[in-house]
Design a protein around this ligand. Sequence first.
Ligand SMILES: CC(C)(COP(=O)(O)OP(=O)(O)OC[C@H]1O[C@@H](n2cnc3c(N)ncnc32)[C@H](O)[C@@H]1OP(=O)(O)O)[C@@H](O)C(=O)NCCC(=O)NCCS
Length: 216
Amino acid sequence: MRSPAPQSPGADPTGAEPATRQQASTGPTLPRRTGRLVLRPFRHGDETDVLAYRGRADVVRYMLTDPMPADIAEAFVQERLGTTRIAQDHDRIVLAVEYDGRVIGDVLLMAGELASRQAEIGWVLNPDFHGQGLATEAARELLAVAFGDLDMHRVWAQLDPRNVASARLCERLGMRKEAHFRQDLWFKGEWSDTAVYALLADDWHANRPLSARPGT
Ligand SMILES: CC(C)(COP(=O)(O)OP(=O)(O)OC[C@H]1O[C@@H](n2cnc3c(N)ncnc32)[C@H](O)[C@@H]1OP(=O)(O)O)[C@@H](O)C(=O)NCCC(=O)NCCS
């Protein structure tokens, strides 16, 4: 959720692996319910909740965007009303994270080239709800969408290494730190570094609770 993707090498069109594991669907069944959250498509009426977090300078400090002005919220929601499927290269799924009837954040899954079965994951949460594991819960569900529903091979995240909360979230999800690029991005008035974290499907399947695996 930070810079143009440096990732996702295209799949070898002559090889068999990228698209053959199974016929993946292009979109998850929605909404997704977790223990405390509902992940659902955005809808009209979410604008005030979105502004409450995306309008804050501290929230977007390490994101590519600036604090959202109030008059942009409607367009933000409008653009995301139908972002629920990955059917073409670079499609994205963006879902509102609802807690107790309120949108407290949003999560993103953005595909590269479909043939490579890789996607970038991203998250943002209202600070009033930090520190309770809610972002972890939402992101875990999105990984289930990516690996379970969409049959992705690899999910990756990129972040400013100074964004410690985001790095810790990657680690809680079992993502491995794969790269640290030094001063690769001119970002908000300074050169900044980029860390890349990733998780492979095999690792996700191996570490899922037994109760969540088919046939158990
Ligand atoms: C990144 C971000 C979503 C992380 O939020 P967060 O509140 O730290 O993450 P979680 O909701 O998963 O909560 C985890 C914290 O709650 C604690 N916690 C409490 N109950 C928990 C539970 N049941 N499960 C997991 N963690 C729990 C954890 O110990 C952890 O605290 P710690 O980091 O002090 O160890 C948040 O900082 C954010 O929105 N930042 C701004 C947007 C941004 O930068 N996005 C990323 C751009 S790359």
